[in-house]
Design a protein around this ligand. Structure first.
Ligand SMILES: [Zn+2]
Length: 210
């Protein structure tokens, strides 16, 4: 059975998913968390980095960790344009929480140039991570960004990135490039049934959409 370790990195979470010593890292945090994430990854045989999407708070350390451990970085092709250019897919928000979060992060989203990793691989809906030693598959969860993805581990634990968030209480992601699409993604997650949800922001919960 896979073990899921949450690493808090500023306001963002990244996750190590480990099974029999092998591990994947899902999101990498922002620069101030680099050493902490490297320390945690060093305890495992790191095989792959998955980026739910390339915003700085998830991806700023991706290139450095990829080089350090000599592992590829998996991302959805539709999001590659965001590396180094947040404005390729500008965010909007809903609600008071969304307004506050976007207001606080917009400047740094724009100004942090996330380096595109050299060892980039593209993943899509349904791709298995078995070759990296983990019983998990990629789910496309668009709406926050066009190419946002999640990782469904053993059909029990879903790492959602920013498709959903838990700033104060669990909710449909407060920031989105396309609201109709993120609402459809929430419906897709609902239809998965029982899951523990692991957010980019906030503590894990049960599938609150059920
Ligand atoms: Zn984001």
């Amino acid at each position: 059975m896979a073990e899921i370790l949450q690493i808090k990195c500023g306001t963002d979470n990244c996750y190590i998913v480990a099974e029999r010593g092998n591990a994947i890292l899902v999101d990498t945090g922002s620069a101030e968390g680099l050493e902490q994430v490297i320390t945690e990854c060093s305890k495992y045989k790191l095989k792959l980095i998955v980026l739910t999407h390339p915003h700085f708070d998830h991806a700023e350390n991706a290139a450095a960790i990829s080089e350090r451990f000599d592992v590829p970085v998996a991302v959805n092709k539709a999001d590659v344009e965001i590396f180094g250019n947040y404005d390729a897919q500008p965010l909007k928000s809903y609600g008071v929480v969304g307004k506050v979060v976007l207001g606080l992060s917009l400047k740094v989203l724009r100004n942090t140039k996330v380096r595109r990793p050299e060892k980039l691989i593209f993943v899509k809906e349904g791709d298995s991570l078995a070759e990296y030693g983990i019983d998990a598959r990629i789910l496309e969860l668009p709406g926050h960004t066009i190419g946002s993805i999640g990782v469904d581990v053993e059909q029990k634990n879903l790492l959602v990135g920013d498709a959903l968030d838990n700033w104060i209480k669990p909710a449909v992601g407060h920031l989105f490039c396309d609201y109709d699409t993120i609402k459809k993604t929430a419906q897709k997650i609902k239809l998965l049934g029982q899951r523990t949800l692991y957010y980019g922001h906030g503590k894990p919960t049960d599938n609150f959409l059920l």
